[in-house]
Design a protein around this ligand. Structure first.
Ligand code: MHO
Length: 170
């Protein structure tokens, strides 16, 4: 299940991570700012239908989450640092909801690609829960990464296209 890429310029091995933390526009923008993140894509994953459209996912009936696939250089940024960012940009205690956006497509989830990512995410979530930062339970799902369906082109790098509608980052 482990996915490996080769960064031909640097000769580094690149890795992939996929996160869901509410509306994917803002989540993608946050990850694009990180040094060591080589590329990002927004899409749908974790549901039951194949090749879902945005409209279908919006109905909350496909089971897919709005997610961001991140390709990163682990020699520059660690999975742990990506997790820190992930948990800092949303409220992981609101089940199937981020602020005004309600539905399972807005759930908090980490889709892992190897046992190491899984273990790191679980350990970190436990520490975060124990830190007292949140009064309520962290409901982030930690599950194996299933197929990722890239979203429609107009959703990719949405904010870089000058759009500013909706989507609040926490
Ligand atoms: N409430 C947001 C959700 C968009 S996000 C791509 C909006 O429609 O503006 O789900």
């Amino acid at each position: 299940m482990e996915e490996r890429y080769q960064n031909e310029m640097e000769g580094h091995e690149l890795k992939k991570a996929t996160f869901a933390a509410g509306c994917f526009w803002g989540v993608e923008a946050a990850f694009r700012d990180v040094e060591g993140v080589v590329s990002t894509a927004v899409g749908y994953t974790g549901g039951s239908s194949t090749n879902p459209t945005y409209e279908e996912v919006c109905t909350d009936r496909t089971g897919h989450a709005e997610a961001v696939e991140v390709v990163y250089d682990p020699e520059v940024v660690s999975f742990e640092e990506l997790l820190d960012l992930f948990w800092s940009i949303h409220d992981p205690t609101t089940k199937n909801r981020q602020g005004p956006d309600v539905g399972s497509q807005y759930r908090s989830a980490i889709f892992f690609y190897d046992p190491e990512q899984e273990a790191t995410a679980r350990a970190k979530m436990e520490r975060l829960q124990g830190s007292g930062l949140y009064r309520r339970e962290i409901v982030t799902e930690i599950v194996p990464a299933p197929e990722f369906y890239r979203a429609e082109e107009y959703h990719q790098r949405y904010f870089e296209k000058g759009s500013r509608r909706g989507c609040r980052i926490w």
